[in-house]
Design a binder for this molecule. Structure first.
Ligand SMILES: [Mg+2]
Length: 392
């Protein structure tokens, strides 16, 4: 059951609301969709979200990485699902010089890995959950069977009125966990958090994401006035270049620290564990290179007593939402889960059926072969910016 073709498709997913950056606004989210075809005609789809400010990748570099990877040779022709899963999990992209953090190519690897798991799942009539369970077999944190997932809500920095509405929505919608973006210039975070805490109530698990906002030297004084709102975790408080400073600062913060931008590959994870830089890891499928590498990072976290958040990339399509669901529904003890925002974020999706989480952020495991959702050809055509046939 060999691989006969790989196509890389650059898509622009239309967003419901524009995402504001310091320098520009964008109303679409760019994804790399990979479409693989097996020799019996079975097709599978995968997705990666190359972001130059996360792993240094662009759509172009991701396509280049796949072009020379000789995936068909790495896979050979697996005759059963278990063999296919083991070979897919072992796929390596050609190593790139000057990549000490082991992250260039992660979005590309994620896209092709998910596409292959989807295709071989369909070919052998097995769910992506079965693949996840095979890779987790023997681990204490594998669930007895796939179970429901509880996703977290998020409040972005948008101005007092909109934020207040957003906080009320989180409460009314019944979320248990809410993440608040902090550290945006011009925002008064201590009073924002007091407001949110009042609306959300004292039992809501409220955590913060600073997206590298603060210099290490100012961190303690920035954090002190936020503690009264009782946040449960603080994500990526300092820029990656200052991350070593967390060894000395973390014990003084009084809030558990989570690494995100500083946690892309195994070298990052090992360094963070060795130097005591973090209490939690934020792993995301595209950032970390797909399901198999993400499971390795989760294992490192668990073995070393760290908590884990399964995160997502805002704007990702239902392909990555589905893959994330297969992971989350088979793991015990994830501290936080993000993703499956589909209908709330995208004006139109690539996949059907709709798997957006429901009331309370609740969602059920997916079944059916492969991803358990199907890519629709009409929206895929519409959203396509460019496509490239790659050497399999
Ligand atoms: Mg983050």
């Amino acid at each position: 059951m060999g691989l006969v073709s790989i196509e890389g498709i650059h898509v622009a997913l239309p967003l419901k609301k524009s995402i504001k950056h310091a320098s520009h606004q964008r109303t679409v989210s760019d994804s790399l969709i990979v479409r693989v075809t097996l020799d019996d005609g079975t097709i599978g789809y995968g997705e990666g979200v190359p972001r130059s400010y996360v792993t240094g990748e662009t759509i172009e570099t991701a396509l280049d990485a796949l072009e020379t990877a000789e995936i068909a040779r790495q896979l050979e022709s697996p005759s059963d699902f278990e063999t296919a899963v083991n070979r897919i999990a072992a796929i390596r992209l050609p190593s790139i010089q000057n990549d000490p953090r082991g992250m260039f190519g992660n979005a590309a690897r994620c896209a092709v890995e998910i596409a292959l798991l989807d295709a071989y799942g369909r070919r052998f009539n097995r769910s992506m959950s079965d693949a996840v369970r095979q890779l987790l077999s023997g681990q204490s944190y594998l669930r007895a069977r796939p179970g429901p997932v509880r996703y977290s809500g998020a409040i972005t920095a948008e101005g007092a009125r909109k934020e207040r509405i957003s906080a009320w929505k989180m409460r009314i919608y019944g979320f248990q966990h809410v993440k608040v973006k902090v550290g945006v210039t011009g925002q008064d975070d201590p009073s924002r958090l007091r407001r949110f805490r009042k609306i959300l109530g004292s039992s809501m698990d409220l955590r913060l994401d600073a997206n590298e906002a603060w210099a290490a030297d100012e961190l303690l004084e920035r954090i002190a006035p936020l503690r009264e709102s009782n946040p449960s975790a603080l994500e990526q408080p300092v820029p990656h270049r200052d991350v070593e400073r967390l060894a000395e600062l973390r014990p003084q913060l009084g809030i558990p620290v989570m690494l995100d931008e500083s946690l892309c590959g195994e070298p990052d994870a090992l360094r963070a564990i060795d130097a005591g830089l973090a209490d939690l890891f934020n792993v995301r499928l595209s950032k970390c290179g797909g399901i198999a590498p993400t499971l390795r990072l989760i294992d490192l976290a668990v073995q070393n007593g760290l908590g884990v958040q399964l995160g997502c990339h805002p704007g990702e399509s239902g392909i990555l939402s589905a893959a994330g669901r297969h992971l989350a529904s088979n793991l015990v003890g994830l501290r936080y889960v993000e993703g499956s925002y589909d209908r709330h974020v995208l004006a139109e999706n690539l996949t059907a059926p709709d798997i957006t989480f429901r009331y309370g952020g609740r969602a059920l495991p997916l079944s059916g072969p492969g991803l358990g959702v199907a890519v629709q050809s009409a929206p895929l055509e519409q959203m396509t910016v460019a496509r490239r046939e790659l050497a399999p």
